[in-house]
Ligand binder design. Sequence first.
Ligand code: PAZ
Length: 300
Amino acid sequence: MLKFWEDFFLKNTPSKEAVVQLESLKSFTTEHKHKNSRIALVTSGGTIVPLERNTVRFVDNFSAGTRGSISAEYFLKHGYAVVFMYRPKTLEPFARHFSTLSLLDTLEEKSDLICVKKEKLQVVKNALTGYSKAKGENKLHYLTFTTLSDYLWLLREVSQCLSVFGKDALLYLAAAVSDFYLPTELMPVHKIESSGGPPTITLEIVPKMLKPLVNLWAPDAYVVSFKLETDVSRLIDKCKAAIKNYSHKMVIGNMLQTRRHKVVLVDCSSVNEITAREEEEIEEKIVKELCDKHQQFIDM
Ligand code: PAZ
């Protein structure tokens, strides 16, 4: 009998764009395997679940890509090569400082020149230095997904690709991934017509991919998942349940309302809260803690 996740991959094929990206991933991982690099997969942004094959409508998952893009920068600072797997138009490492209006806010016109404002110079310098270093050393590789099924296909391929790094691979799954989907065979080909009356759409449960990821795709990697909740009374129990069910290394719990300045790190033996002040980036502390834990795991 097929496992639920195998059935999902049989019935939901990846887009051409997803498949094409895997070639360049192989050369990135080969280069970093030769260099004995530590490598992190950072997933970021939310998946969409199409309701039509020619997609006009879809169900979205909330994520601006803030957590993932900031964390990727800190993993690079800690010397990791980073595969940044994200949804286009959500935040990207380094470029996040200059998204939309904030780019214009950094600039001013002086005589005939466009210059960086004095008070923004340090931000621009830091971003440029970090970006140029990552690019020069070929340490940051981008992969993109939009739909749930592309996300899961890429997750499987990347995890398997990173499994050659053994314990040196760290998977940091910060993307907001839908728990529900509409199987391709149940999707109408064309845009749902309003003339047919209000549609009744029954979504199905997405198979839990952490199980095969931890047991089959990247069995030696240090795997960190995220749990987003809106009801604080459920957060810790949900994190503990995830650790028990999937036996991965860490669950990071966060509340929608307080996620920028409070998270909780849950592993099989401890619950550890991390907080950050307004002017701090909590991801700096999260990534530092994880890099220490990853080191201990490698040394074991
Ligand atoms: O991308 P962002 O900074 O706006 O949000 C980050 C987050 C809340 C999506 C992330 O921290 C997270 O909890 N991801 C997992 C979500 C989930 O439970 O599927």
